[in-house]
Design a protein around this ligand. Structure first.
Ligand SMILES: *[C@@H]1O[C@H](CO)[C@@H](O)[C@H](O)[C@H]1NC(C)=O
Ligand SMILES: *[C@@H]1O[C@H](CO)[C@@H](O)[C@H](O)[C@H]1NC(C)=O
Ligand SMILES: *[C@@H]1O[C@H](CO)[C@@H](O)[C@H](O)[C@H]1NC(C)=O
Length: 439
């Protein structure tokens, strides 16, 4: 993906080339000697060479540089503490949460979904998309444009952002079950949702679209929220609350992480998974814990609330995660928000859902975790790769951002999400990141 290759990767590459040349030679020798392909030595050679080539392919490919970059990250984390001091400060303010599911109060009226017949109590199978991914590839002129135009979107992806789409996940990674929750509304369904379902949606362990219309074919669910004002923006906060309640009530036990976003986000699920399964995040979740017993039902967890941090008006005591790129919470944080904060969360008509979220969490000692990588690259982006590459931002962006870098350095190699991605760009990013362009 990136032109930079380490000497190690280069030498492994040439080694593999030599081996495959030897292999080809071997095959033609065998042919010229008219040996039967059933000759036992032939299969031994095949097995041996295949084993070596396959093993080294795992090292250098499918994304040689990603692996190298990951190794670098891991190496540097050996010399540095896993948790940077600013994050330790954040974690120290929070209380561990008992992870056992508890019922919300019986008087709660939000969080109850309706099916397409208007019946209350609808609980869709959120694994349906993963089980039957529609699949999609750009073709013809669209593919050509997507791959060949050398604009800033292309440059940010090509020069910096990488995805390790290798099927070989570590056990830690595979064990992290991620539920992706997207907010939309009925009039946007056909414009937005198919692109999500064809690209990153199926990579989430569970995928559900919270909406005001239930359409089983698109995986959308009507979750009423009790808002009364006509302006949909002013109902934003009530909608978020109701969606979180619905998720907690029905999916808390099956998932470890809950990612919430709107319908204009491109999510790099592999990078999200990599981050959530990293030693850093495991350490953060267990911060202050005296036991690490995974089989213990009384297990506790530190709530984590992670996204793109901004300081409101530049005030470092008023940090929130911007709604745009979406945010991810662990079980403990979901439970804090839905159960502990139930009577605290104001029933307010307001569009400032991300501020409300941060204020609510802050009341319970949960503060946005700093998700920058070791080089200061951001993982959650409030706009497209190209906009970040060009770095032409208004003054407020600079004032409210916390320790950002500019241009190509702004984004982490392991970027997780980009906002303001329309369907066309979504297909294009998918082609650029997942190799469709190389064919
Ligand atoms: C898209 O392309 C990839 C890579 O060539 C291929 O594996 C996949 O099957 C294709 N998907 C569809 C739906 O054509
Ligand atoms: C869903 O929400 C959108 C945006 O607020 C609105 O235009 C539309 O009429 C709503 N649909 C239904 C069925 O309520
Ligand atoms: C967590 O750690 C902080 C500081 O190290 C300490 O003050 C606090 O009491 C600890 N909380 C728990 C529940 O152990």
């Amino acid at each position: 993906m990136s032109p930079r290759r380490s000497p190690l990767v280069k030498s492994i590459r040439s080694w593999v080339r030599k081996l495959s040349a030897a292999f080809t030679e071997n095959v033609s020798n065998i042919r010229s000697q008219n040996l039967s392909y059933r000759h036992p030595y032939f299969f031994l050679v095949i097995l041996l060479v295949y084993g070596i080539v396959f093993e080294s392919t795992l090292i250098i490919s499918p994304s040689a540089t990603t692996t190298t970059k990951q190794q670098q990250t891991q190496l540097s984390s050996k010399n540095k503490p896993l948790l940077r001091p600013s994050n330790v400060e954040i974690l120290q303010k929070s209380q561990p949460v008992d992870m056992v599911f508890v019922q919300r109060s019986a008087s709660a009226t939000d969080g109850i979904a309706r099916d397409d017949q208007g019946q209350d109590g609808y609980v869709p199978d959120v694994t349906a998309l993963r089980q039957n991914p529609p699949g999609f590839n750009l073709t013809g002129g669209e593919l050509k444009d997507a791959c060949q135009i050398r604009d800033s979107d292309y440059k940010m992806i090509h020069e910096k952002v990488a995805v390790d789409a290798s099927k070989k996940q570590t056990k830690q990674q595979a064990e992290q079950k991620i539920l992706c929750v997207v907010q939309t509304s009925g009039h946007r369904h056909y414009d937005r949702i198919p692109a999500l379902r064809r690209t990153w949606g199926p990579k989430c362990d569970g995928f559900v679209v919270a909406s005001n219309v239930t359409d089983p074919a698109l995986g959308t669910v009507h979750i009423p929220h009790g808002g009364t004002l006509d302006d949909p923006h002013m109902r934003g906060w009530l909608r978020v609350r109701s969606t979180w309640s619905f998720i907690y009530d029905n999916y808390y036990d099956q998932y470890d992480w809950f990612y919430f976003s709107n319908d204009m986000v491109f999510l790099l699920v592999e990078n999200l998974r990599l981050y959530l399964a990293s030693l850093e995040i495991i350490a953060a979740t267990r911060y202050n814990q005296t036991t690490n017993n995974d089989n213990d039902n009384t297990q506790q967890q530190i709530p984590l609330f992670m996204g793109r941090r901004f300081a409101l008006g530049g005030n470092l005591n008023d940090i929130f995660n911007a709604a745009g790129p979406g945010y991810v919470v662990n079980k403990a944080a979901l439970k804090v928000f839905v159960v502990q904060a139930e009577s605290y969360v104001p029933q307010q008509h307001t569009s400032k859902e991300d501020l409300m979220m941060a204020r609510t969490f802050a009341h319970f000692g949960v503060f946005p975790y700093d998700t920058q990588d070791d080089t200061g690259g951001e993982r959650f982006m409030i706009t497209t790769p190209g906009h970040h590459y060009e770095s032409q931002f208004p003054a407020w962006y600079h004032q409210q951002s916390i320790g950002i870098q500019h241009g190509v350095d702004h984004c982490s190699t392991q970027s997780i999400s980009f906002h303001y991605v329309n369907s066309k760009l979504m297909y294009r990013l998918y082609a650029l990141l997942y190799g469709n362009c190389k064919r």
